[in-house]
Design a binder for this molecule. Structure first.
Ligand SMILES: Nc1ncnc2c1ncn2[C@@H]1O[C@H](COP(=O)(O)OP(=O)(O)O)[C@@H](O)[C@H]1O
Ligand SMILES: O=C(O)C1=C[C@@H](OP(=O)(O)O)[C@@H](O)[C@H](O)C1
Ligand SMILES: [Mg+2]
Length: 261
């Protein structure tokens, strides 16, 4: 063997070691998940990821190829999250609820925790139309916006293992609920009108309440929608006085309970 062949042989041995380690690591990720579930331990433990980052930082301090190694570990972390997500849910998670219930916030949290893609319906519609939700309402009217929502839901049926963050009014149309349920479990997030007002009072991207930011207006609209929200929901999660981690943990737990029935 010449020098080049020897080097390539060594490289191949490294790849074998990496491959075996990766396969072992992925199995351990699944085992940890199973252990947590079997023993009632929280699935989400964000402090663990921070510890792993600190470990890598320490180990790679002043070493060559730090950025490259960090990139590989970043990818390993993301893929571990995907493995966990797929083990937990083999469907889309569809978040519904009143404006300010936390649909967008919880979607982002799930994205960070499980590397799931998020379909933020309002955002995609606004991007495609090249204008804000408020402008779409003003220029084309609510009906036009609602049609865009229906079309987007149908389009999303070809995706799996994603979080769909609906607009607050999306489940008001029965056909939308039918489309959501074809590929997803529907999670209703709720909050008291006082909580909602507190959360939305400083934002200006919700045309339906822009000039009516009062507890009584919110309570009335919420009551009008309640029946349809509840009919659409597979599970309901109250979000008052809970943080994102608590809400997501409850969401995972309740969806798993549903699956195990
Ligand atoms: N559980 C929560 N606790 C405190 N604030 C929250 C919570 N969930 C959402 N918020 C805040 O409320 C506001 C509205 O949340 P958002 O996720 O945009 O609601 P939605 O998408 O349902 O309209 C945001 O400013 C967000 O930070
Ligand atoms: O409740 C509604 O009818 C709406 C809720 C909004 O989304 P959020 O619930 O994310 O605020 C947005 O889709 C639009 O302003 C209409
Ligand atoms: Mg939102």
């Amino acid at each position: 063997m010449n020098q080049l062949e020897i080097l390539r042989e060594s490289l191949g041995q490294c790849d074998e070691i990496i491959l075996d380690a990766l396969l072992m690591r992925n199995r351990i990720v699944e085992d940890i998940m199973a252990y947590k579930e079997a023993n009632g331990i929280p699935i989400l433990q964000p402090e663990q990821e921070a510890k792993q980052k600190e470990w890598l930082e320490r180990r790679m301090a002043d070493r060559r190829h730090k950025a490259e190694v960090e990139d590989v570990f970043g990818s390993i972390t993301q893929n571990s999250k995907r493995i966990q997500a797929r083990k937990l849910f083999n469907y889309n998670i569809v978040l519904i609820g009143f404006m300010g219930a936390g649909k967008s916030t919880i979607s982002e949290f799930l994205k960070t925790a499980f590397a799931m893609d998020v379909i933020e319906m309002d955002q995609i519609i606004a991007e495609r139309e090249g204008m804000s939700i408020s402008d779409i309402f003003e220029v084309y009217g609510e009906q036009y916006f609602r049609d865009l929502e229906t079309n987007l839901l149908i389009e999303m049926q070809s995706r799996t293992n994603v979080v769909i963050s609906c607009g607050g009014g999306t489940p008001m149309r029965e056909c939308n609920v039918v489309e959501m349920k074809k590929n997803g479990r529907v999670v209703l997030l709720t909050a008291k009108p006082e909580t909602i007002l507190d959360r939305v009072k400083d934002s200006h991207d919700r045309p339906l309440i822009e000039n009516n930011k009062t507890v009584s207006f919110i309570a009335e609209l919420m009551e009008k929608r309640r029946e349809k929200y509840e009919a659409a929901a597979d599970i309901v999660i109250e979000t008052d006085e809970k943080d994102e981690l608590q809400i997501c943990e409850e969401l995972i737990h309740r969806l798993r309970q549903m699956d195990n029935k």
